[in-house]
Write a protein that binds this ligand. Structure first.
Ligand SMILES: N[C@@H](CCC(=O)N[C@@H](CS)C(=O)NCC(=O)O)C(=O)O
Length: 336
């Protein structure tokens, strides 16, 4: 009998995909911090300063998860990952969530985990020197193009040139820094990546005004945080962190107005802030999970604005990332 139980448990546990526990929320709570995979340095999304303090849109997303869990947005350890090596640490359990300007694609969804929600709708573009006198990507026939390995960027580039019957030479590097430096040194005619990243990398050029982003957007790059397969509770926590921040913006509740909003008699606001219902508890969190996020990190619009938008060095327009009520496609399911 005991042997039978042993054999059964080997079948049940020994044959599972990996040794990583399925209960990530429990693991994170008992560890006392969230481990968040980010880029190796990309202004606006995830970037460390000289003291090792990380800032950015993807960083704030992890801080929001930590705020919801611990009521302390600082309880996050950031693990910088290259484009090529970003997925493995999720599988092995070395990170709890990948929040690294990562495009949601079918094969990544099948192979690496669950994409929680599109936090940023992006698309791929090209940066060229004005002196090249090129006004459209369709004039890049025969050009050499700098890009980064292990990205969707490389694949879209091949598609675009093939579809338009144009020739090109790709020069690929392991990091964003190497890629932009090679472009600046004149090793290639154009630099290609997601447009948000073109804005970020352009800031590193000695004379940014001599370069221009071409008008074509050649792909869809829905950027999303990624969690492991097989842990629905954690998937929900990460997904609803984004949706809570979006719903808060839609309802006009921000870091500045949250205290006042606690006195609101609007049912949607009362549910958002945990005054009515037990939505936080349903996720394995506390009633005030959204209040914690809003007080410590802010709503979606505030996070966008300070890292990527009008109040940032990048100055990227909200564009597709406006709320659905304002002409964009950011739309959150309701909290009820
Ligand atoms: N969204 C694309 C591109 C992501 C990507 O890694 N882009 C580079 C180009 S700027 C980057 O973020 N590099 C930062 C780094 O190397 O840490 C993808 O998911 O494949």
């Amino acid at each position: 009998m005991r042997r039978a139980i042993f054999v059964l448990s080997v079948i049940a546990f020994g044959c599972s995909a990996s040794a990583v526990p399925a209960q990530t929320l429990k693991t994170v709570k008992s560890r006392g911090s969230l481990i968040c995979g980010v880029s190796q340095g990309l202004t606006g999304f995830s970037n460390p300063d000289d003291k090792g303090n990380w800032t950015g849109f993807d960083v704030d997303f992890c801080r929001a998860i930590a705020a919801a869990i611990f009521n302390d947005a600082s309880k996050v350890k950031f693990t910088p990952l290259s484009a090529k090596d970003r997925f493995e640490p999720l599988k092995t359990g070395d990170i709890d969530v990948l929040s690294r300007n990562t495009t949601w694609t079918l094969s990544r969804d099948v192979s690496y985990g669950n994409f929680a929600a599109t936090t940023y709708y992006d698309g791929q573009g090209f940066l060229v020197r004005k002196s090249l006198k090129v006004n459209s990507a369709l004039e890049l026939n025969g050009a050499s193009i700098c890009t980064q390995t292990g990205t969707t960027t490389e694949l879209n580039l091949a598609d675009y040139f093939r579809a338009n019957n144009m020739k090109y030479e790709v020069i690929a590097f392991g990091t964003a820094d190497e890629t932009i430096k090679a472009y600046e040194a004149g090793r290639c005619d154009a630099f290609t990546t997601d447009v948000s990243q073109l804005y970020a990398e352009k800031l590193k050029l000695t004379n940014a005004a001599e370069h221009v982003i071409l008008p074509e957007i050649i792909s869809k790059e829905p950027l999303s945080p990624l969690v492991r397969h097989g842990d629905d509770q954690w998937f929900d926590v990460v997904k609803w962190t984004h949706y809570a921040m979006l719903n808060a913006e839609e309802l006009g509740v921000s870091s500045k107005t949250v205290d006042e909003a606690m006195r609101s008699n609007q049912p949607e606001i009362r549910r958002l802030l945990g005054i009515e219902g037990n939505f936080g508890e349903q996720l394995g969190l506390t009633k005030d999970w959204v209040v914690r996020i809003l007080k410590q990190v802010g709503n979606y619009g505030e996070v966008f604005d300070r890292n990527l938008g009008a109040s940032s060095r990048l100055g990227i327009a909200r564009g597709l990332n406006r709320l659905w009520t304002k002409g964009g496609i950011q739309y959150a399911p309701p909290i009820r």
